[in-house]
Ligand binder design. Sequence first.
Ligand code: HEM
Length: 275
Amino acid sequence: MSDSIFIIQSGLAEGRRKSRLPGLLDIMQSASGLVLALFMWGHMFFVASILLPQGETIMWIVTRFFEGYFFFGRSIHWLVSCVAAFVALVFVTHALLAVRKFPAGYRQFRAIRSHTRAMRHEDSTLWIWQVYTGFLLFFLASAHLYQMMIWPQNIGPYASSDRVWSDGLWPFYLAMLLAVELHAGIGLYRLAVKWDLLPASRVFLKRLKWALTAFFLILGLATLGAYMKIGYEHRYQVGERYTPETLPDWLLRLAPAEDFQELRRMRTIPAEEAR
Ligand code: HEM
């Protein structure tokens, strides 16, 4: 066999013409997954502000902060819609790129599942779980993002708790919490292994992954419990919005002049010092 025939038969001759697209799509998938996972961590801490002492006031401040209330002198709800729209864009991109790797049809799915079971290879099992949870998130995260985009004014200690309890959405949030924490944890682990992001062994990375998943699951469950409790206690005043009874002086000065007039008088903060 001549050298040229050998090269053609092994496919090496096509080497130069091979497309870079699959690699590029893989990078885009990893990058969008990383952005979503980092967003989720930040999101979880903001939503969990309800757990802090005086949590209702702290969550109110966090919500108003994102609405620009302390910067523009009023709540600009569409700012939240814009953030939700951006996250939705990254989410759809990530999902579109991920579908490439989903099993194409029931036969492929059964083959992957039976191979994974037979091999008992943990990383492959994790991958299957990422497919399951990712599939669930198609529906759950889309519905949640749509709600945040369309009704950004309905976010706050009472508004959110009413949604969770009186609108009966807590089972939805519970399912989304489990899916998103498992999905993000496995995703970040796979990212670290695939692109060699951290100088650590797989065993260590796996432990770190489970520790982070456990941390965010416990934080998420406690947070959901807090919204359910407030929602239950608030069940006869659904629709009423939360107004803090007190604010630190420096925040009071940033709030619009027409709000908190009574509190401002008590603290002897002149109206002209406010916005
Ligand atoms: C900018 C976009 C988003 C905003 C403004 C937002 C806001 C919120 C708020 C205010 C809550 C408390 C419950 C409520 O008000 O209904 C919540 C809960 C939750 N969100 Fe989001 N969210 C966004 C995007 C996402 C995304 C992309 C995911 C995941 C794919 C997600 C997952 C969750 C989960 C799991 C909970 C329940 C948290 C818990 O029970 O501890 N959110 N979100």
